[in-house]
Design a protein around this ligand. Sequence first.
Ligand SMILES: [Zn+2]
Length: 462
Amino acid sequence: MRLSFHGAARTVTGSKHLLETGNRQILVDCGLFQGKRKEAFEMNRRLEGIDPEAVDAVLLTHAHIDHSGSIPTLVSRGFEGDIVCTHATRDLANIMLRDSAHIQEFDVAYVNKKRIRSGKNPFEPLYTMDDAINALQYFVSYNYNRLFALHDDIKLKFYDAGHILGSAMIMVQAEGKNILFSGDLGRKNLPILRDPDSIDLPVDYLVIESTYGNRLHDDIENMEKELAAVITRTVKRNGKVIVPSFSVGRTQELVYALHRLFLRNQIPDVPVFVDSPLSVNATSVFRLHAECFDRETHDFLVREGDPFGFDSLRYIQHVEDSKKLNDTQDPMIIISASGMAEAGRILHHLKNNVEDERNTVLFVGFQAENTLGRKILTGESPVKIFGEPYEVHAEVARIESFSAHADRDELLGFVRGLKQEPEKIFVVHGEEESALAFAESLGEISKAEIYVPEMGESFELN
Ligand SMILES: [Zn+2]
């Protein structure tokens, strides 16, 4: 068996791990690279190291676009196997892949307008809406915790990863070995979701993420306290709180947290707007999948009703309604995508609010290198938005305890909790510094051979 790494190798995006057995090729995740635009576009177009026609199946750990976003490309290049995931992941992928196609088409149309004017050939989008819809035909979904046969010689089991709705760690049994892919590993006590499952089978080879492999998070218990403090002081200044947030997962957690704070009168009664069509759709998928909720959220449902709806909350679909938010000067909370402020309506809200010192830009998620989010977070000013410079006078705040990724100690705790010591551990899905630091920490607690694969690197397993 061979395992090779074609994405999320010493970086956090583009997850693609290829497992080759004697007669099968199994691709675990098929994510989009994000970051520097041109570079990412090229890498996403090339799909280097992957022959779509030769891949027998795709196993999808969860619906985030850095794990799923290249599936339409794979299918349009001749992949014809099953794309296997949990039920909730399939439903989320349905909306996320179409949203991603919309962004691809929209971005290219924008660039092409300029190219055509200057007599250059127009670019093709990475994929189209038709490609995304076509890819959805290949999805096959299963429940957690059931061992099932993918082919006669390969079995699979999904464990709840507690990262986003539907997220799974995937155990692959092949050639007498157990290979576990952590996907993105969540945390205990995250709102809404169940805690990550413990693994009831021995693991021979482990592929583990390391997004926060060199960092520790604040306690989750502090999250609501910090959120209440930021909102209260901004509203006192008559400001707006602008929150760039991933549409899937983080937005629903935020809404649920705000709902609880309002019920306890711990934040002032200001309007909350979720301004992202994808968030609106994702929230309806959340409502459908109570099987993924933890006990507390079930109880909340019974006691208070919909966790994702309350009186002062409005979901915004249409652009006109989004634009109207600029006209009112009253304090409010605006939650909008994308989460790293790279695209989408959040750019308009930042443009309109970042220069006013009464306002707050609140970060609640990971900000990758070279993104606008990272620039604002690290104090850059002015920042460019739609090509124009804007001075950052607004307060810049960050709540890390929202993170849906395990931190260093939680990742180490996960490895320690395995039934037996793995033979080999591959550290992926972290920026180089973080992945290397985590590998070193792992070395202190584990006798496994530990690798931090480079892009394209390949390993013999047995
Ligand atoms: Zn993720």
